[in-house]
Design a binder for this molecule. Sequence first.
Ligand SMILES: [Zn+2]
Length: 575
Amino acid sequence: MDIDMDTQKLVEVTILRNAIDYNGSAKFDTVISKILGAKPEIKNNLKDVMPKIKEIMEQINSLPIERQRELLLQKCPTYLETKKAVEKNEFHLPPLLNAKHGKVVTRFPPEPNGYPHIGHAKAAVIDEEYAKMYAGKLILRFDDTNPLNEKLEYYDAIMEGLSWLNIVPDIIKNTSDDIHLLHFYGKKLINKGNAYICLCDQNTIHHLRSKGLPCQCRIDSDKVLENSDKIFNGYYHQNEAIIRFKGNMNSDNTAMRDPTLFRIIENTHPLLGDKIILWPTYDFAAPIEDSLDGVTHAFRTKEYELRNELYQQILKNLEMRIPEVLEFSRLEFEGLPVSKRKLKPLIEEKKVEGWSDPRLPTLMGMKRRGFTPEAIRRFVLSLGITLSETKPSIGVLEAFNRKIIDSISKRLLFVNDPVKITIKNVKQKEVVFKNHPSIEMGSRKIYVNNVVFISSQDAEKLKNGMEIRLIELYNIKVSYIDIEKKEGIVEYRDNILKENIPKIQWVSEEDLVKYMILKPTKLFIGDRFNHNSLEVIEGFAESFVTTLSTNTMVQFIRLGFCRIEDNKSAIFTHK
Ligand SMILES: [Zn+2]
């Protein structure tokens, strides 16, 4: 007998994995128990499937292990990566340099300029884990010194995201709270001759910077001191003057070629209103704030690497304490960019539903999709603080999530694109379904009269005269089937468990609701938005689904895990 494609793939992948674990030779008993664990319904026709499994196994065992690895990667590209991550069940970040128990202070410094995403989750989890590891403190500091981009809504969204991730900062503050201190240190730097007011236009600045030459403002900076008072007193308007660091215009590190420390922005700040117009850049605010806040270990993503020299030089010039600066790679998934430049247009053009669209890598989107905060934490820790720029596949996160939700998800029936099946010679019946195959989660009753619906994919395989089992119900024989009309007639046979007949899912006419599953797929293909990134699967589900509250996780048998959205729809999480 032939086995269906799904089963075939499961069998092949299971054997390949086992073969690789056992030096190229899969073990029959282990393979069988793994296959049955993954797909218990195979038990019903094991006698038929067994020879086929043996055949596939002999074929695979005869291959060299290198070839087995290649085949596994072809069939299941994320497998090896996933396995390493999930099996490494201890998640220890490497120890920190110069860290004393009880004295470590880390900080998570998001700019409130958008909704938090998986990249923020990585930074926040690492900052929090290190604070915990050394019984230290975590500071949440909103780096809000650019009123062009910042909104109250985003401060709230970040707080909400962190609370969902179960991250509780010891101190919450805003960089803007310290604006007068930042001005004070700015003046101090100018008075020490380490910074100056530049009145050049942007083109000139850009041009001289690329040539490695100083502008006249820098050359005259020791003579022209009154500009300093003017800029702090609000004499200049936006784009008329900036404060620049006196670095080295010849430096190979372009970040040291007199970078901007303060600029004038005449927009209303979400917390300070219109009182302040001279705003520090991140380059200036970050080292000062870290130093003042007592941060011992400051983590930054790798794109700031070139700016570390500036960070240290500013603090050195001001004779302030210098924290340890550490880097990690930023996190985003293949095909799922986190940059606002890419995501904002999708929202503005209404290509997605909003920041909580389940296709997005925002924390709100991931929550709505059915990812758990614990899975995100384990996933982040499994990546560690590596600097590698490779984008992990979302399959790895899914594997962590599956481990967590498998034991809390009720199993339900759903048929996609339903075909109506009338059963002759049958009495009404009541079937009891267990909510979970191996964990005690109660059960439910389903009434069946003489009509059930099956999915058209299953119906397509039926032929007149064929005997099949409606799972957990009874055996029937097909007398007529018409896929076009989406109908069929069958006859009741008996209720004897037979191993050699196909088993299919059904939903009773007495007990169904119209139901929709939204399935997110890749948001971008290459650089382009994928217009088919949200697949809509329509069909019938058991009415039991309407008793489940929003956010409940379920597994629709054969389809996958889903998060209940409301009593008409669910969102597909993953297989
Ligand atoms: Zn200048």
